[in-house]
Design a protein around this ligand. Structure first.
Ligand SMILES: C[S@@+](CC[C@H](N)C(=O)[O-])C[C@H]1O[C@@H](n2cnc3c(N)ncnc32)[C@H](O)[C@@H]1O
Length: 296
């Protein structure tokens, strides 16, 4: 599939050179790590998943949706070159790598050591000049230390926080005025029927209100550690045993309160019927938000 951002990126040729000239010793070491989600190509015939079936990161429909959204809403003259991109809770680094291939200056932030180790191994293997990882709780990011970003990817992260609204306000300070925030998140089902249709519904509380910054936000508490998987599951929250999922409307309101007042609901990752079913089953949404310069 043609991807205009890859076609114009000088970094892509470095990435392809690595795939064409693999380091077998490093591949063996990488494959020895425990990959749980990001199946990343390491050569023409090897990936991090070492033969276990799993969609490859570069083929993932979500990767393409994010790239297309960035092309339409953030790229300058069809390129991400020179744009700083922050990937929050980057897990095994696959999405960060995909965005670095497309030319952005990427900082992936991961709070769990075992995941961060995989990110670093990936960084060493590809040695792209525009890709770095930080081992840090995302709640500790601040503009003074880490600078500001043109693009922030908040994928699979917001619903792991107990104070998501406070975090969105903090994100506002980390993003340039003309920047873009992409959010991929669960939202709280609105009613009992929606809870019953949601695969994670049994871990959700009844509808409650979380006050934050002078606004009451409806949502549901999600039990992070209440299962036998325990606190060290690689995809869970870092320290909070419960996270707060806002309703879709509460998320929109919180984005607006944080000055992300131009909001695009992103569809097109799957065919419309499948997409609708998945949204219901996982109570999940994708959206892209910017700060319009027009508001008084
Ligand atoms: C569900 S995974 C999402 C991974 C990735 N962003 C993606 O969409 O493929 C959540 C990730 O966020 C990390 N995480 C959760 N809470 C965090 C926090 N407060 N600070 C940094 N990382 C966090 C977890 O360790 C995990 O790697």
């Amino acid at each position: 599939m043609h991807d205009p951002l890859l076609a114009t990126s000088p970094i892509e040729s470095l990435y392809q050179q690595r795939l064409a000239n693999p380091d077998r010793g490093q591949i063996e070491a990488l494959q020895g790590l425990e990959w749980t989600s990001h199946n990343i190509a390491l050569s023409s015939d090897c990936t991090t998943f070492a033969g276990r079936p799993h969609t490859r990161m570069d083929d993932e429909p979500r990767t393409r949706t994010i790239a297309e959204t960035l092309r339409l809403m953030a790229s300058r003259q069809g390129s991400l070159a020179g744009l700083r991109l922050l990937d929050l809770g980057c897990l095994e680094g696959g999405l960060s790598l995909e965005m670095a291939r497309r030319g952005a200056e990427v900082v992936g932030v991961e709070g769990r050591q075992a995941n961060f180790d995989k990110c670093q191994a990936l960084q060493r293997y590809f040695a792209l000049p525009n890709l770095e990882f930080l081992h840090l709780d995302v709640r500790r990011l601040d503009a003074e230390t880490h600078g500001r970003f043109d693009i922030v990817l908040c994928c699979g992260l917001l619903y792991h926080l107990s104070e998501p609204f406070m975090f969105l306000r903090r994100l506002r300070t980390l993003i340039e005025d003309a920047g873009l925030l992409f959010v991929d998140t669960h939202v709280a089902p609105e009613d009992d029927a929606a809870v019953a249709a949601c695969r994670l519904g049994d871990k959700l509380s009844s509808l409650e209100v979380l006050p934050s910054g002078g606004v009451d936000y409806p949502g549901r508490w999600f039990d992070e550690f209440a299962t036998e998987r325990g606190a060290e599951h690689p995809w869970d929250s870092i320290s909070n045993p419960k996270s707060f999922w806002p309703t879709h409307q509460a998320l929109r309101r919180a984005l607006y309160q944080s000055r992300f007042d131009y909001l695009v609901d992103v569809y097109g990752t799957f065919d419309p019927d499948r997409e609708q079913t998945l949204r219901r089953e996982f109570s999940r949404v994708y959206c892209a938000a910017t700060m319009r310069q027009l508001r008084d």
